[in-house]
Design a protein around this ligand. Structure first.
Ligand code: 4NP
Length: 131
């Protein structure tokens, strides 16, 4: 069974679809058995495609339709990784008692830094995990 990872941000149209694409690409390059999806803590953009500013600069394909994280995800994924501290706080609140998922900051696998919400002027870039 692959290790399953859900990358999370607020809207699932900027940071987490990019994180999903980057982690998939890194796993492919390194031959890692990882399955990756992404979701938002909020549902405002469900069904939308990623923000057009994520169009591939680095030749990494991003094919995604925005979805919202749900309680069931905590029972199925091994890791649920928030892009910033608000995401992690919201995930901890939603997490059911019988969760199997480890909830953590996505950047804790890199430099420990959050990825700023791009709606507040942050630069969108994704950690490249050291797996
Ligand atoms: P994301 O960016 O969480 O990286 O997908 C955002 C997208 C939409 C909103 C906020 C952040 N919004 O408020 O609609």
């Amino acid at each position: 069974m692959p290790t399953s990872v859900l990358i999370v941000c607020l809207g699932n149209i900027c940071r987490s679809p990019m994180g999903e694409a980057v982690l998939k690409e890194v796993a492919k390059q390194r031959g890692l058995d990882v399955s990756v999806q992404s979701a938002g803590t909020a549902g405002y953009h469900v069904g939308e495609e990623p923000d057009e500013r994520l169009l591939p600069k680095h030749n990494i394909p991003i094919n995604h339709e925005a979805q919202q994280v749900g309680r069931e995800d905590f029972r199925t994924f091994d890791y649920i990784l928030g892009s910033d501290a608000n995401n992690v706080r919201d995930l901890e609140r939603l997490k059911p008692k019988d969760a199997k998922a480890t909830v953590a900051l996505w950047g804790s696998f890199d430099d420990g830094r959050p990825i700023a919400d791009p709606y507040y002027g942050g630069i969108v870039s994704s950690p490249v995990p050291k797996l």
